[in-house]
Design a protein around this ligand. Structure first.
Ligand code: GDP
Length: 193
């Protein structure tokens, strides 16, 4: 997909604020610092549009990026910060749960993980959560440029096994540095558009 027009439409904290057009939505989830903002920016051809809204102290919002009057990327706050308070964690959990369980426009969740490492406990919990709610998931294994191409398949297999991916869910090797995987991701999204 050739992306020219992208707009951050709203940073929503409650369902009343979600956009009303009915465009298909794809949520982006991943632990903090995994490379989620870089992934979004690469997909939409922007240098720094998706900020890292997930840093501690920043408001936890669902950031709706409208792409070409056709679909939304919904940036979900990152998980896995050791230092957030229990209260913050609960607020995060509630917002995500409401969104994931009630949003009809949500087609699939793109779960961003680091290709270099086995998934963390938080990654596994997130995937289990998505499957519990029967949400389709595409796993994006990013930072591929940081390991040799010859090792990609082996690392992807470790991730697939550790997350215990169901056969419908694919894993796509990605790099925000080289744009590796970008076309594959757009292709994967097509089936819902
Ligand atoms: P977020 O917190 O998940 O949104 O993570 P960011 O997108 O801010 O990325 C965290 C750090 O990883 C930054 O220093 C990025 O430059 C770096 N990074 C993200 N994606 C890639 C990638 O594909 N390759 C490389 N080499 N670095 C990356």
């Amino acid at each position: 997909m050739k992306v020219n027009n992208v707009e951050l439409v709203i940073s929503a904290v409650k369902p009343e604020q979600y956009p009303a057009e009915g465009f298909p939505e794809f949520a982006l989830a991943g632990r903090s610092n995994v490379g989620k903002s870089s992934f979004i920016n690469k997909m939409i051809n922007r240098k720094s549009m998706a900020r890292t809204s997930s840093k501690p102290g920043k408001t936890q919002t669902l950031n709706y990026y409208k792409i070409e009057e056709a679909l939304y990327f919904v940036d979900v706050p990152g998980y896995g910060f050791a230092k957030v308070s229990k209260r913050e964690r609960e607020a995060w959990g509630q917002m995500i749960e409401t969104y994931f369980t009630s949003r009809e426009e949500l087609c699939a969740v793109l779960l961003i993980v680091d290709l270099r490492h086995p998934p963390t406990k938080d990654d596994i919990n997130m995937y289990d959560f998505l499957k519990y709610y029967q949400l389709p998931c595409i796993v994006i294994a990013t930072k591929a440029d940081k390991i040799p191409r010859g090792k990609w398949e082996k690392h992807a297999t470790v991730i697939r096994k550790n997350l215990d991916l169901v056969k419908e869910d694919e894993i796509i090797v990605f790099s925000s540095e080289t744009a590796e995987g970008k076309d594959k991701v757009w292709n994967a999204l097509k089936k819902w558009m």
